[in-house]
Design a protein around this ligand. Structure first.
Ligand SMILES: [Zn+2]
Ligand SMILES: [Zn+2]
Ligand SMILES: [Zn+2]
Length: 361
């Protein structure tokens, strides 16, 4: 079967209960494509609440960087928080229904003072400051309250990714539970570690950088699949690797992982933040080059700071998942829980790797 005609279910190696249908043949494309989006590229918008000069229009400020002079990044309360600290924390059960109070924090990080700037256009020093801020704010929210069982940092960019405000921003949410997606990764990587005495993420990195194989059809002797070294690698830097997952849920999904095992994002140093900013900038430039006007979500998965998860130092490995949104999930995907990806991950990885990007710094 050629790369252009794949119909196969691929199992997520981190969470084996999750799988993806790779269906690249034109006749098996069940999804509607998102139309390309034209971004607001203006530097400053007079009535934008997040633009410099309109500071009094936002909810209360939590911090700004730098603290004096013109700010580059601001953190403010979310006007419409999904979790809040005014709640009671009381749990409630009735019949089969169970309720956990929506206790927590919800903050907005205004990533840049420039309104319509994309990640790949930000300077490395700015991105270093942003990734160090994610780290510091995450650590502060864990320390502030033991009821913050998980702190999630994420970014929505573009309406197809749920970005309702055009000015570039990220969000940070401290919540009273460890959410399912994190819990599933935590639990399964723990099981993997118990069996193999190895971190599953480290194993994936090793495989992406050293594994090659040719698989033959037993009867005909024809080559069924060839796996080349580096086939899934999009970018590499001193401390990080950007990988196209074999079982990608989204056509252009890319994950960035630290090369040296580390379970907790809040432990990264400033120099590492700089390298992370650099590799993210390069990956985003590649996505922009290939897709044009890329709308995406990214989020950090880091080990929870939770006494019930204290054994995660060896088994969990933090990472940044970048999920470009090029189509809307349909009834088949919602009904089956099977994500449909209409582009071969091998082909997408090659296209991203081959995209010509300028020297970025
Ligand atoms: Zn703005
Ligand atoms: Zn690891
Ligand atoms: Zn993850």
């Amino acid at each position: 079967m050629s790369e252009d005609d794949i119909r196969e279910i691929r199992i997520n190696p981190i969470i084996p209960t999750e799988s993806v249908l790779i269906a690249t043949a034109r006749s098996s494309r069940p999804r509607k494509k998102e139309p390309p989006f034209v971004f607001d590229r203006r530097l400053h918008v007079a009535d934008c609440h997040f633009c410099r000069g309109n500071e009094e229009m936002t909810p209360p400020e939590i911090l700004r960087l730098p603290a004096a002079g013109d700010w580059q990044i601001r953190v403010v309360k979310n006007l419409y928080p999904v979790f809040g600290d005014e709640h009671s924390l009381e749990e409630l059960s009735f019949g089969v229904q169970q309720v956990i109070d929506g206790y927590g924090r919800h903050e907005v990080i205004i990533d840049h003072s420039r309104h319509g700037i994309s990640i790949h256009e930000m300077s490395i020093s700015h991105l270093t400051m942003l990734f160090a801020l994610y780290r510091d704010r995450m650590a502060q929210l864990y320390e502030a309250d033991n009821n913050h069982r998980y702190v999630l940092v994420f970014k929505n960019f573009g309406p197809a990714a749920g970005g309702s405000i055009p000015h570039t921003h990220s969000q940070i949410i401290a919540m009273p539970i460890i959410p399912y997606n994190v819990e599933a990764e935590v639990a399964n990587s723990r099981i993997y570690f118990q069996k193999k005495q190895r971190c599953v993420f480290c194993s994936l990195i090793d495989e992406a950088t050293s594994y090659e194989a040719t698989l033959y059809e037993r009867n005909s002797g024809k080559i069924r699949r060839k796996i080349d070294i580096g086939q899934y690698v999009v970018e590499r830097s001193e401390h990080f690797i950007a990988i196209k997952p074999f079982a990608s849920r989204f056509e252009w999904e890319v994950h960035i992982l630290p090369l040296v095992h580390q379970h907790d994002y809040t432990a990264i140093g400033n120099e590492t933040c700089r390298d992370l900013g650099q590799i993210l900038k390069r990956v985003m430039a590649r996505l922009e080059q290939v897709l044009g006007g890329v709308q995406y979500n990214y989020f950090l998965h880091s080990a929870p700071h939770d006494t019930r998860a204290e054994d995660l130092q060896e088994s969990f490995h933090w990472h940044l998942e970048i999920c470009p949104r090029t189509s809307i999930p349909n009834g088949f995907e919602l009904g089956s829980g099977l994500a449909v990806n209409t582009l071969s991950p091998e082909k997408a990885a090659r296209q991203l790797r081959e995209a010509e990007i300028a020297d970025l710094d």
